[in-house]
Design a protein around this ligand. Structure first.
Ligand SMILES: [Fe+2]
Length: 297
C-alpha cells in the first residue's frame, strides 16, 4: 500500500499517530493496546466539538467546555478505550494558541496511555494546532496542505480527513487532492472495513462543499462502512446508500436543548459497530443509549 501511495501522492512523514505532547509525552501506538485477541472489538472514544478556549471559564449557552472535557477524560480514565478521536472544532472559535495549550493539558492524562487522534474543524487554525501538537510518524499524511491520519485498529481502519476550509466560517471542503488521495488509498488498501472520520457532514446544513464528490467516491467502495462527523452538535444515526453516517454530539455545548452534550463509546468489529452515548450535559435522556449497526457487505 505505502509504495503505491508514495508514488502518486505527496506523502510527508511529519505527524505521528501516537500524539506527542509538548511536555515530551509520547503515547502508545494502537498496536500496543489492542490486546492479545485481534478479534476483540476495537474500543474507541469518539468526541467532537470540544471548543476549548484559552480561558478555562469560557462558557456558552450555559455550558463550560473546559469542565465538560475534564469530566469526559475522567470518565475515560476509569475504563480506557484503545484510543480517542476528536472530529474537529477542537478550539473555541478561531484556534488561538492558548486554546490548544488547554486542550493539551486536558488530554494529557489520556494521551499518556492511549493514542489520541485529532481532526481539525472550521473553528480550528491548522498552523496553531500543528505547532501545539508536535507529531511525526508513518501513519500521517500531508496532501496539498490537508492533514490525514490513518489508524489500523483491530479489524477496522479509521481514516481522519481534513475538512477545514476557512477559520471561523461554517463551510468545509476536502478538496480535489485529498479526495484523489482517498481514492488511491482506498483502492490500494486491503479489504478491511473502513470508517471515515471528519468534521463536516456530507449533506445538510453546514455540510461539506464537496460532500457529493465524497459520496460519489465512497458509494461503490464497499469497504467504506461508515462516516463519523461532528459540526452539527447533534447525536444522530443516518444511512445513505448503505453507508452509516454518525453525527457525534458536541463535548463543548449543544446548539439546541434537545441535544445531549458528551461523547460516543464505540466498539468496532469487521461486521458491525456498537455505539453508546455518554452524555455529560444537555438533554441526557439518551444517556447510555446504545445502537448497533451492521456494516454493508
Ligand atoms: Fe462546533
Amino acid at each position: 500500500m505505502s509504495n503505491i501511495a508514495q508514488q502518486s501522492l505527496n506523502r510527508r512523514q511529519f505527524l505521528k499517530s501516537a500524539m506527542a505532547l509538548a511536555g515530551g509525552v509520547v503515547t502508545l501506538g494502537p498496536t500496543q493496546v489492542l490486546g492479545a485477541n485481534r478479534w476483540e472489538p476495537a474500543h474507541w472514544a469518539f468526541l467532537s466539538d470540544t471548543h476549548i478556549s484559552a480561558n478555562p471559564d469560557n462558557h456558552y449557552r450555559g455550558f463550560y467546555p473546559y469542565q465538560n472535557l475534564q469530566e469526559v477524560t475522567g470518565q475515560l480514565g476509569s475504563g480506557l478505550p484503545d484510543g480517542l478521536v476528536v472530529t474537529g472544532d477542537l478550539a473555541r472559535l478561531k484556534g488561538h494558541k492558548g486554546d490548544y495549550w488547554n486542550l493539551q493539558k486536558l488530554l494529557t492524562p489520556i494521551a499518556e496511555q492511549r493514542p489520541v487522534h485529532l481532526a481539525t474543524g472550521n473553528h480550528d487554525n491548522r498552523e496553531n494546532f500543528l505547532n501545539a501538537f508536535t507529531h511525526s510518524g508513518e501513519r500521517d499524511w500531508l496532501v496539498d496542505g490537508k492533514r490525514i491520519v490513518t489508524v489500523k485498529t483491530g479489524q477496522v481502519m479509521l481514516i481522519l480527513l481534513d475538512s477545514l476550509l476557512f477559520v471561523d466560517l461554517p463551510w468545509g471542503r476536502l478538496g480535489r487532492s485529498q479526495l484523489a488521495w482517498l481514492r488511491t488509498y482506498l483502492n490500494a488498501l486491503d479489504d478491511i472495513p473502513t470508517i471515515l472520520c471528519l468534521h463536516h457532514p456530507i449533506k445538510g446544513r453546514g455540510a461539506l462543499l464537496d460532500g457529493q464528490r465524497l459520496l460519489n467516491l465512497i458509494r461503490p467502495i464497499a469497504k467504506v462502512k461508515a462516516v463519523v462527523h461532528g459540526h452539527s452538535h447533534e447525536f444522530a444515526f443516518r444511512e445513505t446508500d448503505g453507508i452509516h453516517v454518525i453525527s457525534l454530539p458536541a463535548t463543548g455545548y449543544n446548539q439546541n436543548n434537545a441535544e445531549p452534550v458528551g461523547w460516543v463509546d464505540a466498539h468496532l468489529t469487521g461486521e458491525y459497530g456498537v455505539f453508546t452515548l455518554r452524555a455529560v450535559g444537555g438533554n441526557t435522556r439518551l444517556n447510555n443509549h446504545t445502537e448497533q449497526h451492521r456494516w454493508r457487505t
